[in-house]
Design a protein around this ligand. Structure first.
Ligand code: ZN
Length: 181
């Protein structure tokens, strides 16, 4: 799935508490791709790594530098996510639920990547098992993804609008009562 969709899924699932929670879950949802392929694009822009060529679909994995494969193991492992989640919990003495967007990213990537290009190392480093799923770049996955996201966000924006309207009415009622109008 494209990284923006990952961000949007992360924030609607784990970031509905308030604005900063939304922003954090959005960033965390995108992070696994930004800290793997994002690094490659920055390196390519700086002329340090060759630019990956996606113009004819996914390029052969062997053309992607080894460090990207290694970063992909760390960022796309549910085991690494769980360890990080628990460590942050212990450190801050409270769970940071927005980090769940990372776990969700990994779990959604499992069925949406095939052996052809970066299957998800979901159990790494415990096991190298990977699922041979379906490529997310196909219209059969892209279109339902965008339709689902649009429906969910339409519901969410409407929900926020109705909640703020209710809050405004409540404040007005309190004001009228206290000012005796
Ligand atoms: Zn990913």
């Amino acid at each position: 799935m494209d990284f923006i969709s990952h961000g949007l899924w992360g924030s609607i699932t784990f970031g509905r508490r308030n604005r900063s929670s939304f922003g954090l879950a959005f960033a965390v949802g995108m992070a696994p791709d930004l800290f793997s392929f994002g690094v490659l694009y920055i390196a390519a822009a700086l002329g340090v790594s060759p630019k990956p060529d996606f113009s004819h679909g996914t390029p052969p994995e062997s053309t992607i530098p080894q460090y990207v494969h290694q970063l992909y193991n760390y960022t796309h492992s549910f085991v690494v996510f769980l360890i990080a989640f628990v460590l942050v919990w212990l450190f801050l003495r409270r769970p940071v639920w927005e980090l769940g967007a990372w776990g969700l990213h990994v779990l959604t990537d499992v069925p949406l990547h095939s052996y052809a290009f970066f299957p998800t190392p979901v159990l790494w480093p415990i096991s190298n098992w990977k699922f041979d799923g379906w490529q997310w770049m196909t219209p059969g996955i892209l279109i339902p993804n965008f339709v689902l996201l649009s429906l969910l966000y339409t519901w969410y924006i409407r929900h926020l609008y109705l909640a703020s309207k209710k809050e405004k009415k409540r404040r007005e009622a309190v004001f009228h009562r206290s000012s005796g109008i």
